[in-house]
Design a binder for this molecule. Structure first.
Ligand code: RIB
Length: 321
């Protein structure tokens, strides 16, 4: 199996659970508080490693109490953290997350050391990064750095998967150098200006992005499933029915799981199935890295299902074969 390098954020998540979201100016009594390792980049590296991929993380932490906890969490998941640098004089990234009884969340991130992942920092690390077979990116490090990595990876013939979260505008030139874009319906709408509300509108928006030069577009739709579009496949994967505890890191679990599956030689239908099942399991548990399942668990979950993926190249919202 090849090497996945995840370049992105590492955050300590400060998680508060509450029966309902507070209104502006309202004080509520929460039920519990947790410190949980997170950050979209770090979560995706854990998801890829637990899916069985050889995974290396590149990013920055602060020289504070949170940094070593985040490194320990990645190491325990089997992620190589030799590309993570600890910086003096800056805090580790944090995310303050409020989760309500419906499993919905509200998140405020403070970039801290994640903001120091500059193009120069990447340039210094490029000799190691260029050994990768696949680079997995998100938008929680400076955007200019993400765009520099995409261009460099494209020039070096390294496959790039981008999860553009949080979403920012991207030029056609950058999009055309991305091999696979994995985004949710809100991000797809923001990126294209076209409303995504269901699998059919998602398919239209995905096809627009493919026309702009992205090879493969995956749009996740929460309880409405996910679609994948490229010149070979038009797939719809129905969502698995699960009891939602916390949706935090569901998208990260999907992205890391998809990347690992593709790198292991799986075709898009199987990779989409794995990613959907892994993210379904993740929402049944609290927290980010604490919720990400491993391959054995995901395969057992899939084996226990009656829903099958549509393996036909034709789009089919019934999800049947
Ligand atoms: O995608 C979930 C992640 O977003 C959390 O772990 C939090 O750190 C924020 O970055």
């Amino acid at each position: 199996m090849g090497l996945i390098t995840v370049i992105g954020s590492l955050n300590m998540d400060l998680v508060v659970r509450t029966p309902k979201m507070p209104q502006a100016g309202e004080t509520l009594a929460g039920t519990d508080f947790h410190l949980i390792p997170g950050g979209k980049g770090a979560n995706q590296s854990v998801a890829a490693a637990r899916a069985g991929a050889t995974t290396r993380m590149v990013g920055c932490i602060g020289a504070d109490a949170f940094g070593p906890v985040l490194l320990d969490s990645l190491t325990a998941a089997g992620v190589d953290v030799s590309g993570v640098t600890s910086l003096d004089g800056i805090t580790t990234g944090t995310a303050t997350i409020v989760v309500d009884d419906c499993g919905e969340n509200r998140i405020i991130i403070v970039a801290g050391a994640n903001g120091m992942v500059s193009p120069d920092f990447i340039q210094d690390q490029w000799p190691a990064i260029r050994q990768s077979d696949l680079i997995l990116l998100q938008h929680e490090i400076p955007l200019q750095t993400v765009h520099t990595i995409i261009a460099q990876a494209h020039a070096d013939g390294i496959q790039v998967i981008l999860n553009p979260a949080p979403v920012y505008a991207m030029s056609r030139n950058i999009l055309s150098q991305v091999d696979t874009l994995i985004l949710n319906e809100v991000e797809a709408s923001a990126l294209t200006g076209l409303k995504v509300t269901d699998p059919n509108t998602a398919r239209i928006v995905a096809s627009t992005l493919v026309d702009l030069g992205v090879h493969t577009v995956i749009i996740t739709l929460g309880s409405n499933g996910a679609i994948l579009h490229n010149t070979r496949y038009e797939l719809f994967q129905p969502a698995f029915k699960v009891e939602v505890v916390d949706t935090t890191a569901a998208g990260d679990t999907f992205a890391g799981g998809y990347a690992a599956s593709i790198l292991s030689g799986k075709q898009p239908p199987e990779a989409l199935l794995y990613a959907s099942a892994a993210s379904a399991l993740a929402v049944t548990r609290l927290g980010a890295q604490t919720s990400i399942p491993d391959r054995t668990e995901v395969e057992a979950f899939i084996a226990a299902q009656t829903i099958k993926i549509n393996r036909s190249p034709m789009f089919n919202t019934n999800g049947g074969d």
